[in-house]
Design a binder for this molecule. Structure first.
Ligand SMILES: NC(=O)C1=CN([C@@H]2O[C@H](COP(=O)(O)OP(=O)(O)OC[C@H]3O[C@@H](n4cnc5c(N)ncnc54)[C@H](O)[C@@H]3O)[C@@H](O)[C@H]2O)C=CC1
Ligand SMILES: O=C(O)[C@H]1O[C@H](OP(=O)(O)OP(=O)(O)OC[C@H]2O[C@@H](n3ccc(=O)[nH]c3=O)[C@H](O)[C@@H]2O)[C@H](O)[C@@H](O)[C@@H]1O
Length: 469
């Protein structure tokens, strides 16, 4: 059993701290947000994450987990201190390290004996060295310590499961002593360790997220080609994924990736490249393709709607993915803004994310308590998050409640034929029709549509897109 401090009780800090308590360590989670800490002390989780609240309550009761706003909790017997604060994007895409640097200063002032300081926040290469430097500058007396890079790979929505079933635990350190402390800390998780130097560990995190994001942009471009050629992206992805070198995960076409991390980390890696004089061309396009993908629902509507006066659009799903109430960089944010720009009336429903959308949107839209209310009298419906409950929707009822019949399925939840039979003008992502294939064959090979080309070249680029938060 070790005594552990976790600074930052967001998705990563809170889940890590709680899971470490669950495996027997004594954990104190610290956050400067007093309201958050007050709630947590009463066993209330500030985030929606499966199994988390039960685990928090159990570990508080069994006295392995406590919460505080005070760095004075760092004591003689503290062996490990995690830094798990936010590293958001700055305006120009660079990583804002101010929270990490602030915590490093606090740790320097609070340290009373040897400790391993673990950088769990996603930070650019070189940050371990920087954090060590800040701590050293703030020490009150001469104390030895090690700073280790230990990036986190959990996904929101399955954060607790991922912590217990991770594919690997990456530890970047040149100190054998620090590596041994972390091996001991994580031993009960029974996961593979990958030990490397801090710089490589820091790059592994960015490389992993950027690679996964690129995989998504790739499949989305294939989906766009499927629509023109009569292919079905679901079959293409399945057939590709059967090759074990490719793998069948992260090949789900849709309206693009969102979330607190993919967009910010891809921009962060691009910025790192720039700083070191390297233009990372592939991931620049990964972002550009993603921006184009988020505009797809609007492009479909523009083709179908001549006069936007009085147009009502219903949106099903706001969270950037199912299982979370997080709307950071969610495609829904951009799509809602685009629709507002057109003057459309917008009705939305999400099983858990209505409140978080309301807290970031600076203009009013209609939030509904159920999906049927959200589609009532609508000219078009756009599904943006594949919540399992949407699979159970009474589609005939939806059709009856709508004014017109446009249904854009941004996550390919339904089957084209069934939707057609029910009377929808159904627009899935990347599912071409036989008629398109025949028509294209008759017309011969067509030239690249210039307007589409410009979406990725002269059109909106990632750093021109404003965010709501
Ligand atoms: N959200 C996710 O699924 C994942 C996030 N990451 C990375 O982990 C890091 C943390 O991310 P999240 O947990 O999502 O962030 P978050 O924004 O949800 O939480 C950060 C917390 O740190 C607190 N904080 C900020 N400055 C502080 C200070 N000086 N002292 C004490 N507390 C302070 C904030 O009040 C907030 O509660 C980021 O670098 C992120 O890129 C990595 C893997 C997964
Ligand atoms: O660094 C992070 O924060 C985390 O970022 C992602 O996790 P997360 O953002 O929670 O969610 P994902 O499940 O990866 O989905 C991200 C986005 O990609 C989209 N996506 C995902 C998979 C897919 O096939 N297609 C697709 O469009 C999702 O809809 C979602 O908007 C990574 O999967 C985690 O390993 C990583 O730790």
């Amino acid at each position: 059993m070790m005594k552990v401090i976790v600074v930052g009780t967001g998705y990563v800090g809170l889940v890590t701290g709680t899971c470490l308590a669950e495996i027997g360590h004594r954990v104190i989670c610290i956050d400067k947000d007093e309201m958050k800490i007050e709630k947590l002390k009463r066993g209330i989780s500030p985030i929606y994450e499966a199994h988390l609240e039960d685990m928090i309550c159990r570990n508080i009761k069994e006295q392995r987990l406590s919460f505080s706003t005070d760095m004075k909790e760092v004591a003689e017997d503290t062996q490990v201190i995690f830094i798990a604060v936010g590293t958001p994007s700055l305006e120009d895409g660079d990583v804002d390290l101010s929270q990490v640097e602030e915590v490093a200063r606090e740790i320097g002032k609070s340290l009373v004996s040897y400790g391993v300081i673990v950088n769990k926040s996603t930070v650019p290469v070189g940050s371990c060295v920087r954090v060590a430097q800040i701590i050293r500058q703030n020490l009150r007396k001469d104390i030895s310590f090690d700073v280790v890079s230990n990036p986190e790979f959990l996904r929101e929505g399955t954060a607790v499961y991922d912590t217990f079933h991770g594919d690997r635990i990456v530890i970047g350190s040149r100190s054998k002593k620090a590596v041994e402390v972390l091996r001991e800390l994580y031993k009960p998780f029974h996961q593979k360790f990958f030990i490397t130097n801090p710089e490589s560990a820091e790059l592994i995190k960015y490389a992993s997220n950027a690679f996964l994001a690129t995989k998504i942009s790739f499949i989305n471009e294939m989906a766009n080609l499927c629509e023109k050629t009569g292919g079905d992206i679901r079959a293409v992805a399945e057939g590709m994924g059967m090759d074990q070198r490719i793998g069948n995960k992260f090949l789900q076409a849709g309206v693009g990736f969102g979330g607190a991390c993919f967009p910010k980390d891809v921009k962060g890696l691009l910025k790192t490249g720039e700083k070191y004089g390297y233009d990372f061309k592939i991931i620049r396009q990964t972002l550009a393709v993603n921006e184009g993908q988020k505009q797809k629902p609007l492009r479909i509507l523009e083709e179908n709607i001549a006069d936007w006066k009085g147009i009502k659009v219903g949106i099903l799903g706001l969270a950037f993915k199912p299982g979370t109430d997080d709307v950071r960089e969610a495609p829904a944010l951009q799509i809602i803004k685009d629709l507002r720009g057109k003057g459309a009336q917008i009705r939305v429903y999400d099983p858990v994310a209505n409140a978080s959308m309301q807290s970031v949107l600076q203009f009013p839209i209609t939030y509904c308590n159920n999906p049927y209310d959200a589609v009532t009298d609508c000219d078009a419906v756009i599904l943006l998050t594949e919540w399992p409950e949407f699979q159970e929707l009474n589609l005939r009822k939806i059709r009856r409640l709508m004014k017109r019949t446009i249904f854009i399925d941004g996550r390919n939840v339904f089957a084209s034929e069934a939707m057609g039979e029910k009377g929808f003008d159904y627009y899935p992502m990347g599912i071409g029709s036989e008629e398109t294939a025949q028509r294209k064959l008759k017309e011969g090979v067509v030239k690249v549509n210039e307007s589409e080309k410009s979406n990725y070249t002269s059109g909106r680029t990632w750093n021109q897109v404003s965010t709501c938060n």
